[in-house]
Design a binder for this molecule. Structure first.
Ligand code: ATP
Ligand code: MG
Length: 396
């Protein structure tokens, strides 16, 4: 196992001070799968104030839960004191956390066996729940009794499905049964957390796992008390063909929803995402004529900062959903690229005249000015050669 040097430094610093320290959780799981971990978490029996005293640059990000962020080579690493969770009151958060002296206790509070492995180069693995074997067999299995563990924290049910979609693992039978039995509890999880897991599931390399939302009965709770609109099997086939881009895959997932914006708002998506997904969903089913002027009209509607990319993404979606045939899509792509390469104007900002120029001609600000600019833009979209100040002013 290749542990990056800043992480090794954190481990050895803690050990030199007489503490135990391990890398733990997702990073150990991913290393065992032969995949570069996204981030590295350290667990230790040192208390938060002791961790802080050993490193020059730290932040108290999660200190209530025993987590200190250590900056090493300008990168952040989370160092968390071994802990066990107190009683769970709200199906999500433990009432309190208690520090413990034993790594096994810390591992026992973790959700799945594959996530409950700790490693240290000198000690080797701490793997009391045979997580390595489950990783080998590609199995997602709760640590301890699934019914109890999902009762503590209902988000774990959705995490199981999400990991199935990102890792391509199978959820073990008892764990799966417990999800079906406790699905109602997902309603107690905040919409934000559900949104994050859903997005992550959709962007996974194994979209087939999305069916688990239906088979376990989690779907209506994921959708904030709605049923799925559309043919899920068809959606999954489409998602499989899509780049792993959040907006694209979400647009495919929600493409048949009558009130897309409502469900996105209920899931507390940010405004930019809502705008983008709504636009993709609205434009998706409508074939686009391969005509320069029409394409500029499309580009005009799109977020100005990335209209070109947005349009190309729309074409990708139309290709996946077979709204138009591939040859037509290629043609549209070529036209849109050549509009870009020739720097042809399709926005008010790109127009050779602006509000000031019109005001100088005596056109008052307001509707008259707006209409004039729009009609000039329309003319320029049809004929880019007239986008010159003298020509446009003479036309007014
Ligand atoms: P990812 O690669 O998606 O980050 P991860 O396993 O690192 O996966 P995190 O959410 O970063 O997931 O959590 C880090 C670790 O904390 C997990 O590996 C697991 O051991 C533990 N953990 C996280 N969420 C829970 C939970 N809801 N219940 C129990 N343990 C959890
Ligand atoms: Mg992680």
């Amino acid at each position: 196992m290749q542990i990056p040097s800043p992480v090794r430094h954190i481990l050895t610093t803690l050990e030199a001070a007489g503490f135990e320290a391990f890398i733990v959780g997702g990073c150990v799981r991913d290393m065992l799968r032969g995949i570069e971990p996204k981030d590295w978490d350290v667990t230790t029996n040192a208390l938060p104030h002791q961790v802080k005293s050993l490193f020059p640059r730290t932040f108290d990000t999660g200190i209530k839960h025993g987590t200190i962020t250590v900056l090493q080579n300008r990168q952040p690493f989370e160092v968390t004191t071994y802990r066990v969770d107190g009683t769970y009151l709200d199906a999500r958060r433990p009432e309190s956390v208690t520090y413990t002296a034993h790594i096994e206790d810390d591992l026992s509070r973790r959700d799945f066996t594959m996530n409950a492995i700790a490693y240290n180069p000198a000690y080797g693995f701490a793997d009391p729940f045979n997580g390595r074997e489950d990783i080998e067999q590609k199995i997602i299995r709760c640590v301890g009794d699934p019914a109890h563990r999902f009762g503590e924290d209902a988000l774990r049910m959705l995490r199981a499905v999400r990991f199935a979609g990102t890792l391509g693992f199978t959820i073990e039978a008892d764990t799966l049964d417990a999800i079906s039995a406790q699905r109602e509890n997902l309603a107690r999880i905040s919409a934000e957390r559900v949104r994050e897991e859903l997005t992550c599931l959709l962007c996974g390399a194994y979209p087939q796992a999305i069916t688990l939302l239906e088979t376990t009965g989690l779907m209506p709770h994921v959708l904030q008390s709605r049923t799925y609109e559309g043919d899920l099997a068809e959606t999954i086939r489409q998602v499989e063909k899509s780049p792993a881009d959040e907006h694209l895959r979400l647009s495919l997932f929600f493409s048949r929803f009558e009130f897309v914006e409502k469900v996105l708002r209920a899931l507390r998506f940010d405004n930019k995402s809502i705008q983008a997904i709504r636009l993709y969903v609205r434009l998706l089913p409508v074939p686009i004529p391969a005509d320069r002027y029409t394409i500029k009209k499309y580009l005009y509607q799109m977020p100005a900062a990335y209209a070109q990319l947005f349009f190309e993404n729309l074409l990708t979606l139309q290709e996946i959903t077979q709204v138009s045939d591939p040859a037509h899509i290629t043609q549209l792509r070529q036209i849109s690229r050549s509009i870009h390469e020739n720097d042809e104007c399709y926005t008010l900002r790109g127009l050779a005249v602006n509000g000031k120029d019109l005001a100088a001609l005596g056109i008052p600000p307001g509707k008259a000015m707006g209409d004039t600019l729009k009609s000039l833009l329309d003319a320029v979209m049809r004929d880019p050669t007239i986008n010159k100040k003298e020509i446009l002013l003479s036309r007014i």
